[in-house]
Ligand binder design. Structure first.
Ligand SMILES: [Zn+2]
Length: 93
């Protein structure tokens, strides 16, 4: 299980403001439908949650998994930064 800092690159257009219980909130698009889910970190428990049924019923989901974030109320330390610009992307040639 990851113990260190997890870095997640989130485009600024996907970031959402904190609310009473959640911080580091951002939108994530479903890979299989037009749905948009909200991923966020609980302010007191420091675990991540997702607004999809997978997380609501099972406390883990493919959205968190795809971001490298553990489910099941595991505490996570994250650094959320901007998406890297193309200048930093590996060259295709
Ligand atoms: Zn999810």
């Amino acid at each position: 299980m990851p113990n260190g800092l997890i870095t997640i690159n989130v485009p600024s257009t996907s970031r959402l403001p904190d609310n009473a219980q959640w911080t580091n909130r951002f939108k994530i698009h479903s890979s299989t439908s037009n749905r948009v889910y909200t991923v966020a970190q609980n302010k007191t428990g420091r675990f991540f949650g997702c607004s999809c049924k997978g997380w609501i019923f099972n406390k883990h989901c493919k959205h968190l998994q795809s971001l490298g974030i553990p489910g099941n109320y595991q505490k996570v330390q994250v650094s959320i930064g901007p998406r890297p610009t193309l200048a930093f992307a590996p060259a295709n040639a």
